[in-house]
Every structure is written in C-alpha cells, then in structure tokens.
Design a protein around this ligand. Structure first.
Ligand SMILES: Cc1cc2nc3c(=O)[nH]c(=O)nc-3n(C[C@H](O)[C@H](O)[C@H](O)COP(=O)(O)OP(=O)(O)OC[C@H]3O[C@@H](n4cnc5c(N)ncnc54)[C@H](O)[C@@H]3O)c2cc1C
Length: 436
C-alpha cells in the first residue's frame, strides 16, 4: 500500500493542505503532540477501493444475485453468495471508503459471527482496539463497567475490508451507482443502475436489499413504505481528529440525558468517534445537533464539550423503523433496511453481519426454487435470529427516556458493578442460529 506522509506545522496549514487534496484518499492519523491532548497527524494512504467493472459492463450481464448496498449486511451477503458459486454484483452508491453515522463498536456477537465465516483476521489486521470498559455517565454520576468483548473500528475501514472480502470471494463491485428496483418478472428482477446521471438497466435472478436505514430503493413508492416509531429519536455522528487525552483508548463513554445520549470511542487510528441518538424536538430547541450533543456530554461531566458542539455532525432518519415484510418476489431485505432499533446497546452491525450470513444460503437456494418458500423462511429465520435481541434493545431505549432511572442505575452499578455482567454477556452472546 502506498504511503505519503505529511508533517504539518500548524492546524490551519493542516486543513488548508488536506481538504483540496485528499477527497478520494483514506486518511489515517498518527498520535503526536502535547500530553493533555492528542494531536492527530494525518497519514495519507492510497486505500480507495476500485470498482471491479464499470456500469456498462454491469448492465450487459445477467446476475444471479444483485446486492444493493455495501455496508456490513450487503458486503457479507455478497461474499457468502459468491463463495457459494453465485454470479454476484454488489452495488454501492458511494465510493469506499466513506463515513457512516455509527458508534463503530463491534460487540462479541459480531466478532464471533465474523469468525464463523473466516473473517476474524480482518479485524485484527486493522489493529482495531479491544474494548475494555464502558463508562456510563449521567448527571455527573459516572460508573465504569468492564466489557467482556468487542473492538472499535472505523466504518471507513470496516466496510472497505468487508467489500474487499466480497471481491476476493468472486463478487463484482460497482461503486458510485444508485440501484433502483423496478419490477420482479417471472425469471428475474429489473434493476436500474443510476451512474453519473445516466441510467442503465440490468437483470438479476435474486436481489438482496441491504441499503441501510430509510433509503429508497423501489421505483414504486408504496413498496418502500416503512413503519416509523413516532417517538423515535434521530441518529447523528461525527469524528473528531483532535482528541483530548481524557478520552482513554479501549473505552466507550456514554453520556445519557433526557434528550438523548452521546457515545464516544477512540478508533483504530486514534480519532474520536461520536455517535448519538437525539430527540428531534430537542435538537431544534438547542439550535442544532452539535449544541445538543454538547449539552448532553457537558451535563454528564464528559470533557471537550466545545469540540463536540463544533464537530461536523451528520444526522439520520428516525432510528426505530421496520418494514411490513422482509421479502418479496425474488427479493430479500437485510440489515437496517429490514428494520432497526435505537443504537444504545451497539448491536446494529452484529445484526447486519448475522443477517448477511443467514440470508445467503436462502438466496442461493432461491436460484433453483424461486422465493415462494424461501421468502417466508427468511422472515421466520430473521425473527428467530434477531427478534429477541431487538425487543431487548427497544425496551432499553424506552427505559433510557427516564433520566431518574438511568441515574439510579448508574448509582447502583457504581456500588455493584458485577450486576452489569449478565447484561453485557447477553449482548456479546454469539448467534446460535448461525451454527446450523
Ligand atoms: C448513531 C448510531 C450509532 C450506532 N452505533 C453502533 C455501534 O456502536 N455498533 C453497532 O454494531 N452498530 C451501531 N449502529 C448501527 C449500525 O450503524 C447499522 O446497524 C449498520 O450499519 C447496518 O448495516 P447495513 O449494512 O444494514 O447498512 P449500512 O451500513 O447503512 O449500509 C448501507 C449501504 O448501502 C448504500 N446504499 C443505500 N441506498 C443505495 C442504493 N439505492 N444503491 C446503492 N447503494 C445504496 C449506502 O450508501 C451504504 O453504503 C449505530 C447506528 C447509529 C445511527
């Protein structure tokens, strides 16, 4: 991998130098500088993932399986289908690497699922820090709880590596292309590939929709309808490249407040990932995501609230959503596209990885028998795989809306940290359903 390194004299020089030149590069950061803060020095790498074909080539072939979206669920579904012998096209609307609003913590269940399909080395090769502690902070009450498992890894890096794994298994990868599902016909689905404002039609015998939270993929608006929880919070994320050393590595900091919660964790390159679930009305009242996130971190006694306020935040749609059905004629829906719950427990990627693994054999089987039976089987398997975990996560997101309860829990856990162990163990519990 090519390396060119910048030694940067000052902060302003750093940004004026970086912004125009590095738009298509993955930037890694090295920690240097004074003891009370970590100044992260960018190191440029040539890690843009190249598409394996262009849109004209993609439109001229018939595909066994077309996967829409190269997040964890889509990249893994594509890899598993390609490994099973399918002719697979994985389409993503952006170039990789790209940022994604996420807390970037892979829990024990996610790691075990990756291990199950032989991708455990992917995480260690990225030098993802192993998480040791979870600091729950609410109203100046802080408690540090030991974490049994898990790592933090930037989404730039994780999604790029998973997509590379799909390519290595034989999948073709097309980037900067938006896929729209037009119709399912007797033998195939018609998919429109939109690239540089031009449209190209292609066909696939099976389509897997892995397009993430709240994204439109059907040309027919009705088919895209989702149930959104009216009281659901919105998601938000940012990454800070200058990090105060108060934020220890290998530690998740979670600041809780009646208007939402903000999680902070150091990534493999030293930067600080910020991820939040926020009450949409409170965001308006506070004057934006940054100001509200700063109120929350400040109220919980976490440092750097000025940097949090000034960070370059990105928001998401309402977080708690579900689809009426997760299959259709010649199609399967996986990952966040199928349904998501607020992220306090940091499980979304584990769910996405597990569903990418579980859907692949059904997609391959459907090449022979269609989706009349495999579709309903997918709906049942997904409920078995994720139903209980999502239910627990939903319950916690409701409890978190009661600040007195959170404060009491933080106080109780500070006196008896061992009480958290069964709960943390249950989050890290591997998916037994993936064994068969
Ligand atoms: C605030 C917040 C914090 C979170 N923290 C954590 C955490 O710490 N740990 C954890 O495990 N999970 C966390 N999650 C959840 C996690 O981010 C998601 O569950 C996970 O990314 C879902 O993966 P996915 O593959 O389904 O979708 P995504 O990761 O969203 O990937 C979808 C991909 O599809 C592409 N796409 C969309 N539409 C199209 C189209 N029409 N054509 C082509 N490409 C398309 C998108 O650009 C994207 O690349 C968090 C989520 C939020 C919002």
């Amino acid at each position: 991998m090519g390396h060119s390194r910048f030694a940067l004299p000052s902060r302003s020089a750093k940004w004026s130098r970086l912004q125009p030149t590095c738009h298509s590069k993955l930037i890694n950061y090295q920690t240097t500088g004074p003891a009370d803060s970590c100044w992260l020095e960018p190191v440029m790498t040539d890690s843009v993932l190249q598409a394996t074909l262009n849109v004209t080539e993609a439109s001229q072939r018939d595909w066994d399986v077309l996967v829409i979206g190269a997040g964890p669920s889509g990249a893994i579904a594509a890899r598993q289908c390609a490994q099973g012998g399918g002719k697979v096209l994985l389409v993503n609307d952006q170039k990789l690497p790209r940022d994604k609003v996420c807390g970037c913590c892979l829990n024990g269940a996610a790691l075990e699922a990756l291990n199950r399909i032989g991708l455990n080395k992917l995480v260690s090769d990225c030098h993802a820090p192993i998480l040791e502690n979870f600091v729950l902070a609410s109203g100046q009450q802080q408690v540090a709880l030991p974490l049994g498992a898990g790592v933090s890894l930037s989404r730039q890096r994780l999604d790029l590596e998973l997509t590379q794994a799909a390519i290595d298994a034989g999948a073709q990868f097309l980037d900067e292309t938006r896929a729209t599902l037009h119709a399912s016909e007797k033998q195939h689905c018609s998919v429109m590939l939109n690239h540089s404002q031009s449209e190209y039609a292609t066909r696939a015998r099976i389509t897997i929709i892995a397009s993430g939270l709240g994204r439109r993929v059907f040309s027919n608006r009705l088919a895209d309808e989702r149930r959104t929880n009216r009281n659901s919070r919105i998601g938000a994320g940012a990454v800070l490249s200058e990090v105060r050393s108060d934020f220890k590595p290998k530690t998740i900091y979670m600041a809780c407040h009646r208007s939402g919660y903000v999680g902070c964790v150091r990534l493999e390159d030293g930067r600080l990932d910020l991820a939040a679930a926020l009450d949409a009305n409170a965001v308006k009242q506070a004057g934006g995501i940054g100001p509200l996130a700063s109120i929350i971190t400040n109220s919980a006694g976490l440092p750097a609230s000025d940097a949090v306020a000034a960070a370059n935040w990105r928001g998401t749609a309402k977080l708690t959503q579900s689809r009426a059905t997760v299959y259709g004629d010649r199609l399967f829906v996986v990952g966040d596209a199928a349904g998501y719950v607020e992220p306090f427990t940091g499980e979304g990627m584990a769910w996405a990885i597990a569903s990418g693994i579980a859907v692949a054999p059904l997609a391959l089987q459907s090449l022979k028998v269609g989706t009349t039976e495999t579709g309903p089987t997918w709906a049942k398997s997904r409920t078995r795989l994720l139903g209980g975990r999502m239910w627990k996560c939903r319950l916690i997101s409701q409890l978190l809306r009661r600040p007195k309860l959170v404060k009491a829990a933080a106080w109780g856990l500070s006196h008896a940290p061992g009480l958290s162990r069964p709960f943390i163990r249950s989050l890290n519990r591997p998916f037994p359903e993936l064994r068969s």
